[in-house]
Design a protein around this ligand. Structure first.
Ligand code: GLP
Length: 240
């Protein structure tokens, strides 16, 4: 695991944009996994700028998103599809038919098969929840889990309420790529910023590998780069 330590959120975004931009240039027809949340917003802004300057192109890639709320009406402004449209997809030359989100249909795990048939994820971007979740794999998620519908933890509902008019409006369920699905990606890039993530980062990177801390599975992945700002790295207690 490579840990990139940056001073602040802006440097995390630049570090991530360099890494992801290089991966896109190297394999423009690759399968790229995107995440939502406030953390990757800076990265997406920089990727859009690089596209506008003609440095990278999105027209050959396949995109896979990590998760989506269940129960929001299509096009709802807080849906993750709308988020991606606003922050990245709507501003670059991605072909609409190459955009894929997990769906809460009769068998959500068909998404795993779809990913396999597409050649597997070349690079998966991840954020992290304050409780250590990745995607919407909440504490207790099996390390063998596939794409499925999950109930959101109360703490996640509280954390995500900032995006909605009231906590009551936050969906109680989501469909998420499983831990196994995420671990099958060839490369993973995890971003974290701010003191609110310091505990989760320390538990995921330095604590025991346990399903109670979903992100701790990443310790077993052969190709992970973690990009942290000073505050998010503040509880790592080492100099690596
Ligand atoms: C959300 C998403 C995750 C995201 C996390 C952190 O609930 N399901 O994919 O990584 O929470 O979000 P933020 O970056 O806004 O802190």
């Amino acid at each position: 695991m490579i840990i990139g330590r940056c001073g602040d959120y802006e440097s995390v975004s630049i570090f991530a944009a360099d890494l992801v931009g290089r991966a896109i240039s190297k394999k423009p027809h690759g399968v790229f996994g995107f995440a939502t949340g406030s953390t990757p917003e800076g990265l997406y802004k920089l990727l859009v700028a690089r596209y506008q300057h003609g440095e990278i192109s999105f027209d050959q890639m396949t995109t896979i998103n990590l998760d989506e709320y269940v129960g929001l009406p299509p096009g709802h402004e807080q849906s993750y599809a709308a988020f991606m449209q606003q922050h990245l997809f709507g501003q670059v030359n991605i072909r609409p038919e190459s955009i894929h989100f997990p769906e809460a249909g009769p068998d959500p795990s068909e998404f795993d098969e779809f990913i396999r048939n597409a050649g597997g994820i070349d690079l998966q971007i991840l954020g992290i929840g304050a409780n250590g979740h990745i995607g919407f794999n909440e504490p207790g998620s099996s390390f063998h889990s596939r794409t499925r519908v999950v109930s959101l933890a109360e703490s996640t509902i509280r954390d995500n309420a900032r995006f909605f008019d009231s906590p009551d409006d936050v969906p109680r369920e989501a469909v998420t790529m499983g831990i196994r699905t995420i671990m099958n990606a060839r490369k993973i890039v995890l971003l974290a910023s701010g003191a609110g993530k310091a505990d989760a980062v320390a538990r995921c990177l330095r604590g025991p590998q346990t399903e109670e801390v979903p992100g701790s599975c990443l310790q077993a992945h052969p190709n992970v780069t973690v990009i942290l700002d000073h505050a998010a790295a503040s509880k790592l207690n080492d100099k690596n």
